[in-house]
Ligand binder design. Structure first.
Ligand code: ZN
Length: 439
């Protein structure tokens, strides 16, 4: 990053943080205009701002390559989540640089990633060193509210921009996870798929001055308790098994044997129960999950409600359909309640662990010889699910080398921050991938 015009990712991130893009409302325009200005000044790239019908802009930059590889997608969002009610040690939109750390909302999620991608590309433009193939950089609005005005809008209304693209890199992976003394780098190759359910309970209503037993409220309580007590069945998917095996292989005994026991479905849940906090990273990739989030019942304090509904946020493992998921939920809540699907994410294909995956791993090992890359199943959803509709295989790969004891805890929380050196690491990694990507 030593070229005279080089754009330090940390300095770029500091500028990006100072645009308050809290979504809602997002207000991504000024931030994206700033990024567009950098690319316009550098010259050599085609920049377009595409506005959704709701008036939300998205910046698409196409950097021409040498024609030696298919085009590659880099995608990241510039909107951020709220800071309301949080106690920050430094102003969330100040972009302070203190003792080598950049502070502010979006430092990790994910203006830091946008700064690394933009920085890697700007550096090439300044040096007149085109990447192997065209690179399409999408700086997106609205990811934190589902991407309707961002990735979903581009995919539905401007699919032509992505013609010929087979692979994309975005958020959700390649950040250091320190475990058992080793530095693991989980590369996201698949996401869980949302399946949101509404459960309806009906029963006799009545005047609340009389005695009632076993009505909708009592059954609602039982249902919530049952969901809380039980896991859904264990399913071993290739990506989750690969993650567990990869971590086990680099871990000492007795951790290794204990991790491998997770892959025996007869023992999985018992092992998780004994694992403590560490179980949190394995439990949701070995089961579908379901959590009650919204309860509605009753309108008047003197009327026993005859109807109660519970909305459930379900997350399915890859390769499953809502009917199979509902059958498992039924085993917990019983046959009686009405169950309807109120929303489900698109069906997603696991990204191949082929030549590109090997390149992503190789670059990490070059930059940190002790790095242990492993495939990751993301439990949440990213904008990748929208690009997947165009057949683009997505990898979560925005490498950040983080020190032990600092993980993703500050994402969506107070005191979000990132080491400037981690941004240099990631920019270097992306730059190497751009040079060597061949499809
Ligand atoms: Zn994000």
């Amino acid at each position: 990053m030593g070229a005279p015009n080089s754009t330090s990712p940390a300095e770029l991130l500091r500028r990006l943080i100072r645009f308050d893009t809290t979504n809602p409302p997002g207000d991504e325009g000024p931030c994206l205009e700033y990024l567009r200005g950098l690319f316009t000044d550098a010259g050599g790239a085609d920049c377009r701002v595409l506005e959704s019908p709701g008036g939300r802009p998205n910046l698409v930059v196409r950097v021409p390559g040498r024609g030696e590889a298919p085009p590659l997608l880099l995608q990241g969002h510039v909107d951020v989540v709220t800071t309301a009610g949080q106690r920050w040690s430094h102003p969330p939109f100040g972009g302070d640089l203190l003792k080598g750390w950049v502070w502010g909302r979006g430092a990790l999620d994910m203006k830091g990633g946008v700064a690394m991608m933009a920085s890697a590309l700007l550096d090439r433009l300044h040096r007149g060193d085109p990447p192997a193939g065209d690179v399409v950089l999408c700086c997106l609005a609205d990811e934190e509210a589902g991407g309707v005005h961002g990735a979903q809008f581009l995919v539905e209304r401007h699919a032509e921009l992505f013609a010929g693209i087979r692979h994309g890199l975005g958020e959700g992976g390649a950040t250091t996870q320190h475990l058992h003394g080793r530095a693991f780098y989980p590369i996201m190759v698949a996401e869980k798929r949302a399946c949101r359910l509404r459960v309806t309970l009906r029963g006799p209503g009545g005047h609340a001055s009389r005695s009632h037993r076993g009505g909708t409220m009592a059954r609602l309580g039982e249902l919530l308790g049952a969901l809380d007590r039980q896991r859904l069945p264990v399913h071993l998917t290739p990506v989750a098994s690969g993650y567990v095996r990869g971590i086990a292989a680099a871990s000492p005994e007795p951790e290794r044997s204990r991790l491998l026991a997770l892959l025996d479905p007869a023992r999985t849940d018992a092992v998780l129960d004994r694992m403590g906090d560490e179980a949190g990273r394995f439990d949701p990739i070995l089961h579908h999950t379901i959590n009650a989030t919204i309860v509605r019942a009753g309108e008047k304090v003197n009327v026993i409600p005859s109807l109660a509904t519970v909305d459930l946020d379900g997350r399915m493992l890859p390769g499953f359909e809502p009917e199979e998921f509902i059958a498992e939920v039924r085993a917990i809540i019983g046959p009686e309640p009405e169950v309807e699907v109120i929303g489900s994410g698109p069906r997603l294909k696991e990204a191949e662990q082929g030549p590109l995956y090997d390149l992503l791993c190789a670059v990490l090992r070059e930059l940190e010889p002790a790095a242990v890359p492993v495939p990751l199943l993301m439990t949440g959803a990213t904008d990748q699910r929208h690009f997947a509709r165009l057949g683009i295989e997505g990898y979560g790969y925005l490498p950040l080398r983080l020190p032990p004891g600092f993980g993703q805890e500050t994402v969506h929380a107070a005191d979000e921050r990132v080491p400037a050196a981690a941004l240099d690491f990631g920019t270097d990694a992306l730059s190497r991938v751009l040079s060597r990507y061949r499809g």
